[in-house]
Design a protein around this ligand. Sequence first.
Ligand code: NAP
Length: 611
Amino acid sequence: MSPMPAAFAPAPMPEDKLSLLTRLTEGLEPHSLWWLSGYAAGLAERAPERPVERAAERGAARPGIAAETLGAVKLSIVYGSQTGNSKRLAEQLAAQAESAGLATRLLRADAYPLRELKDERLLYLVISTQGDGDPPEDARGFVEYLAGKRAPELKRLKFAVLGLGDSSYPQFCGIARRLDLRFAQLGAQRLLDRGEADLDIESVATPWLQRALQTAKEQLKTSAPLASVTPLRPGPQAASPWSKEKPYAAELLLKQRISGRGSQKDVRHIELSLEGSGLSYQPGDALGVWAQNSPPLVAGVLAALHLDGEQLVSHGGVQLPLRDWLVGRRELSKLSRPFLLQHAERAQDSTLKSLLAPEQSAALGEFVAQRQLLDLLLQYPADWSAEALVAALRALTPRLYSLASSQLHVGPEAHLTVHHVHYQSVAGARWGVASHFLSAQDEGAQVPIFIEANARFRLPKDASRDLIMIGPGTGVAPFRGFVQERAAVGASGKNWLLFGNPHARHDFLYQLEWQQALKAGQLQRLDLAFSRDHAHKHYVQHLLEQNGRQVYAWLESGAHLYLCGDATRMARDVEAALLALIALHGAHDPDSARDYLSALQAQGRYARDVY
Ligand code: NAP
């Protein structure tokens, strides 16, 4: 049994309690630990406070510190995060608040004990918006609860919301806006204007977090730093020298097309070396890739603007040739609303201006989906200086791919399944940034990468549990890692994969591997939906419908259910099919079928990784 982690202050409790606590927390998932920390904080909140004694116990009493700053939790920081950015910011704020002596607790939204909301006094929420107005997976229950009738009055609550989003979508920061409004409707007092951070997160988030910290200090009336109050855990990657900010240059070992020649999709299996990096991951995690824009695309932008790529441009204290800014540091594929506003002014174009009117958000969404920067420049010419362009474009951000391997099987390697995105825009052939970058690299090239842990999407600790994995298209990627891992540990639970893609002949990704896994008893069921091999579309949700009785029986006997792939159409339709089969085979009405699925999610038995 391991003692409490060394980084924590000595535990202010007797040995026997400490030993009990160590046993209780051993092997718990991070979300259970966060829940437990919230539970304990709630108990502390209700218990009579003896702050001065407690400070003395820790040897942390200092003159001039108000008694009420010690003891019970005062600041709750809640985050909802899909790709890890909100989580990182919330952790940063919590660490700063903690070292400023504020009693702080940090909770992922799905670990937040909702019944405590009515007693909260000070809450900061950091939350992203997915695509066009969806909450991140871990905040679905939180958002639903707040929006619903069961949400309590929050007259005693003071709050502030920091939203993260992508301004190329019309519902930019839509979830943060909704919750900000909803807290106020429920009677809570807004302490700070909502922050709305676009892809270049730091330019908005950093000053917002500073203000939030200052405001929390004022609210809790503390000024001197105290000893640690609520131990805050570093993220799982904290021990690694490599991170999003400091990516590892991984050697590209293999790049192989795995869709057939006749396929309309170019899907690549990619293998990268992590040898000697110290990086590790678990099945379900993602790999971040810092891609670069392609030189021909950058040349096109320079030519369209009649700008010289060698011209030096200074921005934010960095000086680089314009070409370098555009290749490695600026987003050229996704247009943002703020950029379009500036461009419309420069172009003096009435069509563009009318698209940017608030009531045109759907039309703007469509416009942006069909155009990259170069298309805009060719269709609606305008003059830009090099400095103004670099300042107006958003920073290039890394792209995340689900890891398609288990390290128990592949050792120090990371495998990906990448759809090389290629389409015809209004003004020519265009590519997805990272998939094009990866596809263009030769084997042996170095790719800047980092691991993004995804604690929401994990195999069950109990290897005897069965798995149902639904992963059409490249959504199958994490399940390759799941099956490899389960085989490596000799898991006794059964594995059932439901996969779909256009044609059996060209798009059966990893066909041989699945067939071998079936033969080896590592995969018990494989159901396939090849959508274009039939007169009518045949999708994974039709497989669920056809096998509803078995799916329900598996769930009833404790199976874990996973869904990965496209968020906009597939995930919505699959979820409808799941609700229908639960209603049919469990004799539930629609509301209780929804409750059944929500309960699975709350137990960590239904996880989605969709975007
Ligand atoms: P895809 O476009 O999702 O197509 C895969 C299969 O799903 C095709 O047979 C397609 O049929 C079918 N399909 C279309 N609409 C559907 C619907 N409403 N319900 C069920 N099935 C439907 O495949 P892809 O090109 O490989 O793209 C995969 C998507 O998953 C991308 O959006 C990618 O970003 C996402 N993805 C997410 C993750 C993640 O979140 N971790 C990982 C990998 C991939 P038809 O085309 O014949 O209509």
